[in-house]
Design a protein around this ligand. Sequence first.
Ligand SMILES: [Zn+2]
Length: 263
Amino acid sequence: MIKLIDTHAHLDQVENIEQALSQAQAAGVEAIVAVGIDHNSNVKNLQIKKKAQQSEQQPKIFVALGIHPESLKDAGLQDVKEPLNFIKENLNNAVAVGEIGLDFWYSWAKKSDEKKKLQKDVFQAQLNLAKESGKPVVIHSRGAWRECLDLAKDAGVKRAVFHWYSGPLDVLDEILTCGYLISATPALGLSPQHREAIGHARIEDLLIETDCPVFYREGEGGFRSTPKDVFKTLKFYGQLKNISEEKAAGIFCENSRKFFDIS
Ligand SMILES: [Zn+2]
């Protein structure tokens, strides 16, 4: 049986989590990295991890703690002080800082220098937490690919993954030159920008994930993703690069273990 790790799942938002986890296990998902977007989701993911650990449930669950740029829509710097402290204090229970970054795509951020600055300040604070603790970062960079790369570099972060990368190829080349990774989602089946970026990178520079519970369109219909759909990402990757799923899966697992320092 082929084994995979879903390196980016919003488990706290998955509707029927028990079912999703048992389906993931049956499909061959051996581990999941549950990524946070705000204080509540960070707390919830830590609880999910604890519960899974106590019952020695499979798949194994790891946690990334972070404040997503979208969570800053109605917030100010004051509002994130406590959540940032919580992240710092709980990083020993996490494998990464994430999901953090910038999104200049949202209309509320696109035209507001103030909101852009807030996103940058919060991103920087979290990059520094990662730097201090030696943890890797999971970066959301939509519409702000260059800015995210520059800030990560300036912070001196050693390990970073640019999740669901669909940005320009010149920035991608620089990301890869820095030794950073990018990750693929089931959008590989549909998005030309995402396919181009993932096709451009070497397999050694890739992680795969679902970003569940994101809804992916597929032809006329679509599906609400759960961690088992990391196998869809694998299938689309195999088709894109003409590589056997078994071989690719082995490399993706190795990349994931190395990146998150998990065994
Ligand atoms: Zn995400």
